[in-house]
Design a protein around this ligand. Structure first.
Ligand SMILES: Cc1cc2nc3c(=O)[nH]c(=O)nc-3n(C[C@H](O)[C@H](O)[C@H](O)COP(=O)(O)OP(=O)(O)OC[C@H]3O[C@@H](n4cnc5c(N)ncnc54)[C@H](O)[C@@H]3O)c2cc1C
Length: 533
C-alpha cells in the first residue's frame, strides 16, 4: 500500500480550485466584455463564507453517534465548514447559488470512511435509519450529481471518500494497478510515476477530481484519443451496496454474460459506492510534443479529424479542434492564424506522447493525413500554449462570473454523419435562448464512428442568471435530443440531465434501471434524485 506524498488541499468553496491561482481579468478584457456582450458588474457582490445560509442539521444525535462509532469521531463532521464544502458540485448554477449564499442543499454531516468495510457498515446503518447517502469524490460534478433529494429521509450525509487514497498494488506484467477511489488524479499520477506508469487521464478538472468520480460519471480526458476514456481503463472494481459487496472483473474481456462493470460505470453513486478500482495503466511517456494546425473551416477540420480517427494504426494522443469563434477568442492576437484581417480559421491541436520513435512515427503519419485534408502546419507554439493553459479555464470562469458574465459549458456526441446537424442545432438553440451570446465549440474526443461536441457559452448576466441559464440549457437539451445526440458524452446525468436521459433510453430502459436500483438499494438511500428516471 502506498499513499500520496501530496495532501488533497480543499477547493475554493464558492468557485474553482486553489484561491491563490485566481485569474484576474485584464482591463482590456473587461472593456471587450462590456462592449461586445454588454456585460455589467452585478448589483451585489458574492456572499462571504459566513453569509451562507445553511439548513439546521436534521440528523438525530444517536445517528451521528452511530456513524462516529463506525468511522471514528473525527471522521464525522457536522460543522459549517465541512457542510459548505460538500454542498453541490461546480457547475455554473452551483457556483451562482453559492455566490448568492444559498446553502440549502448542504448535507447534515460529512462522513469520511477509511476502508471498504467502513463504507459497507455506513450504508447498512443509513439504510436502517433511512438516511440518504451522497458518495462524494472531488466534488466537481457539473450536472447536479451531488445534490440529493431530501424528502422522505431522516437526513443526508455526504460520504467523502478522500481517506480511501492508496495505491494498493501494481501488476507490471498485466499493466494493471489497483487504486482506491478517493485519490485525486494528480495524486494517482504521482504514485504511478514512481513505477514509471501513467493513467493518461487528464480532464480539465484534473487537479481536483477523483478516480471514483471518473468511473462513476464515465469521464473522458483531454488525451482520450491516445489513452482512451476512463471507463475503458477500468478492468475491475469493488463496490459496496446496501445489499452487500460485489467484486467485478477477472479478465480484460469475458463472454460470461453481460458485463456487470458496465452497470456501475456511469452509475453516479445511485447503485453502490466504488471502493477500489483495477485500472489499465501505460508506461509514462519519455517524450511529449504538441503542435498546431490551421483549417479554413470547422467542417474541413472535422473531416480531417475523422480521417485521423478512421486511419489504421495508432492516432495522436491529443486531438482538439476549435471552431471559428473559439479559435478567435483563444488567440492572444487574432492575426496569429492566417493573414491580418482575414478569418482566423480553425485551430487544431495535435499532441503526441510516448517513446521518441513512437512519437516521431505517429507525428509523420498524422501530418500526412492533415496536409492531405487541407491543414496548414503552425509549428509547436499553439500546441505548447494549449498544454500550458489546459487547466486554467475554470479559474477564468470565476472571474467572469464576478464581472457579471454568465459562462457555462455543455457537451454531447453523435456519429460523424450527424455531427454538422447537431452542431448547428445546439448553436442555434443557444443563440435563440440568450439573444447575442458568444457560443464557442470544440471537438476533443474522437472515435472511428463519431465524436463529441463541447460548447462554451458566455453572455451578459441578467438580474436572474439562474433562470437565464435554465432557459438556455433547456433549449440546448431539447436541440440535442431532437438532433439525435446523446445528452452527455462525459459529464454524466446527475439531476440536470435526468429528463433528457429518460427520453434517450425510453420507458423500458428506465424500468431496467429502477429494477437494478430496487435490488441493490431497496431503501433508495443512494443519491436519491440523481440519474434514475
Ligand atoms: C471545471 C471543470 C472541468 C471539467 N472537465 C471535465 C473533463 O474534461 N472531462 C470530464 O469527463 N469531466 C469534466 N468535468 C466534470 C467532472 O470533473 C467529472 O464528472 C468527474 O468525473 C467527477 O469526479 P469527482 O471526483 O469530482 O466526482 P464527484 O463530483 O464528487 O461525483 C460525481 C458523481 O459520482 C458519484 N461518485 C463519486 N465518487 C463515487 C464513488 N467512489 N462511488 C460511487 N459513486 C461516486 C457522486 O455521487 C456523483 O454523482 C469537469 C468539471 C469541472 C467543474
Amino acid at each position: 500500500m502506498e499513499t500520496p506524498l501530496t495532501p488533497a488541499e480543499p477547493m475554493l468553496w464558492s468557485g474553482w480550485g486553489d484561491p491563490a491561482k485566481a485569474a484576474e481579468l485584464p482591463a482590456p478584457v473587461r472593456d471587450l466584455l462590456a462592449g461586445l456582450l454588454g456585460v455589467r458588474a452585478p448589483a451585489t457582490p458574492g456572499a462571504t463564507f459566513g453569509e451562507v445560509r445553511l439548513p439546521q442539521v436534521a440528523l438525530p444525535a444517536p445517528v451521528l453517534a452511530a456513524l462516529a462509532e463506525i468511522v471514528g469521531d473525527e471522521h464525522v463532521r457536522a460543522d459549517d465548514d465541512a457542510r459548505i464544502r460538500h454542498t453541490r458540485g461546480k457547475s455554473t448554477p452551483d457556483l451562482l447559488l453559492m455566490r448568492a449564499g444559498d446553502g440549502s442543499d448542504a448535507p447534515d454531516a460529512v462522513v469520511l470512511p477509511g476502508s471498504h468495510d467502513e463504507v459497507a457498515a455506513v450504508l447498512r446503518l443509513c439504510a436502517e435509519q433511512r438516511v440518504a447517502v451522497v458518495p462524494f469524490g472531488g466534488g466537481t460534478s457539473v450536472v447536479g450529481g451531488l445534490a440529493a433529494a431530501r424528502r422522505g429521509f431522516a437526513g443526508v450525509v455526504a460520504l467523502d471518500l478522500a481517506r480511501l487514497n492508496r495505491l494498493v498494488s501494481v501488476d507490471p506484467v498485466s499493466m494493471v494497478a489497483e487504486l482506491e477511489p478517493g485519490l485525486r488524479a494528480p495524486q494517482a499520477e504521482q504514485l504511478l510515476t514512481a513505477h514509471g506508469l501513467t493513467l493518461g487521464h487528464f480532464p480539465q478538472s484534473y487537479e481536483y477530481a477523483t478516480l471514483g468520480g471518473f468511473a462513476a460519471a464515465r469521464s473522458s480526458g483531454q488525451a482520450s484519443a491516445g489513452y482512451g476514456r476512463f471507463d475503458d481503463m477500468v478492468v475491475g472494481m469493488t463496490v459496496a451496496t446496501p445489499r452487500g459487496t460485489l467484486e467485478i472483473g477477472r479478465a480484460p474481456r469475458s463472454a460470461a454474460g453481460p458485463d456487470l462493470r458496465q452497470v456501475f460505470l456511469g452509475s453516479e453513486g445511485a447503485f453502490g459506492v466504488i471502493t477500489s478500482l483495477r485500472l489499465r495503466v501505460r508506461r509514462a511517456p519519455d517524450v511529449t510534443a504538441y503542435e498546431g494546425w490551421r483549417f479554413a473551416t470547422f467542417a474541413e477540420g472535422t473531416a480531417a479529424l475523422r480521417r485521423l480517427a478512421q486511419q489504421e494504426g495508432p492516432p495522436p494522443t491529443v486531438l482538439r479542434l476549435s471552431d471559428e469563434t473559439e479559435t478567435m477568442v483563444g488567440l492572444a492576437k487574432p492575426t496569429d492564424l492566417g493573414e491580418a484581417g482575414r478569418d482566423s480559421g480553425c485551430l487544431l491541436v495535435a499532441g503526441f506522447e510516448g517513446s521518441p520513435g513512437d512519437v516521431a512515427y505517429r507525428r509523420d503519419r498524422a501530418a500526412a493525413v492533415l496536409v492531405e485534408a487541407g491543414g496548414v502546419h503552425l509549428g509547436p507554439e499553439p500546441g505548447e500554449k494549449w498544454a500550458q493553459g489546459r487547466f486554467s479555464a475554470p479559474y477564468l470562469r470565476d472571474s467572469l462570473l464576478a464581472a457579471g458574465a454568465t459562462v457555462e459549458t455543455l457537451e454531447t456526441a453523435c456519429f460523424w454523419s450527424n455531427l454538422p446537424r447537431l452542431y448547428d442545432a445546439v448553436r442555434l438553440a443557444l443563440l435563440g435562448a440568450l439573444g447575442s451570446p458568444l457560443v464557442m465549440c470544440h471537438v476533443s474526443h474522437v472515435y472511428a464512428t463519431g465524436a463529441s461536441l463541447y460548447f462554451t457559452v458566455v453572455t451578459a448576466q441578467t438580474g436572474d442568471p439562474l433562470g437565464q441559464w435554465a432557459t438556455a440549457k433547456r433549449a440546448a437539451n431539447e436541440a440535442i435530443v431532437q438532433a439525435g445526440g446523446t445528452i452527455s458524452h462525459h459529464h454524466g446525468v446527475g439531476r440536470d440531465h435526468r429528463e433528457a436521459y429518460a427520453a434517450e433510453i425510453g420507458d423500458l430502459g428506465g424500468e431496467i434501471l429502477r429494477g437494478i436500483k430496487e435490488r441493490l438499494d431497496p431503501a433508495g438511500i443512494l443519491n436519491p434524485g440523481v440519474l434514475i428516471p
